[in-house]
Design a protein around this ligand. Structure first.
Ligand code: ZN
Length: 151
């Protein structure tokens, strides 16, 4: 494979500020892929309609990457709606831009976004980075450090 793919990030939005997410997306030229089965929330901020309004074309909801077993109505385990379609759609974006797989879950270990991220790493060798909320904060400028230690 000769195409250089961008990194695949994952993020659980619980506890995050939408402004921080938006700023991170802008500075990394990334696309936010909402992997919730339904992009609904009791908190207006995290409703798909609102995310679309605030983030614009950087926001995409992919039902294909939702967990259709999110209510455990089929017993234990994660069941991705359509991994074939989701993986292929993600691959197309990763050819030109980084992607952030978003869900509400704080812990990526038990979230279905990790199932998809692992699959992308296995299939295409995509580099996966699980973002912590602290990663969304911009790194402070190092100017003051340089001023302190002039060479
Ligand atoms: Zn989740």
């Amino acid at each position: 494979m000769t195409t250089q793919l961008h990194a695949l990030y994952t993020l659980g939005y619980t506890g995050a500020k939408l402004n921080d997410i938006q700023a991170w997306l802008e500075s990394n030229n990334a696309i936010l892929v909402d992997t919730r089965y339904s992009p609904l929330s009791r908190v207006t901020t995290w409703q798909g309609d609102n995310l679309k309004k605030v983030i614009g074309s950087r926001y995409i909801h992919m039902r294909s990457l939702g967990n259709k077993n999110y209510k455990k109505q089929f017993g234990e385990g994660i069941m991705i709606v359509d991994m074939e379609k989701g993986a292929s759609d993600l691959l197309n974006i990763l050819k030109t831009q980084p992607v952030v797989l978003m869900c509400a879950c704080e812990d990526y270990h038990t979230c279905h976004r990790t199932t998809t991220a692992d699959e992308m790493a296995k299939r295409y060798g995509v580099k996966v980075v699980h973002l912590a909320l602290s990663d969304l904060k911009p790194t402070p400028p190092s100017k003051s450090e340089q001023d302190k230690f002039p060479f």
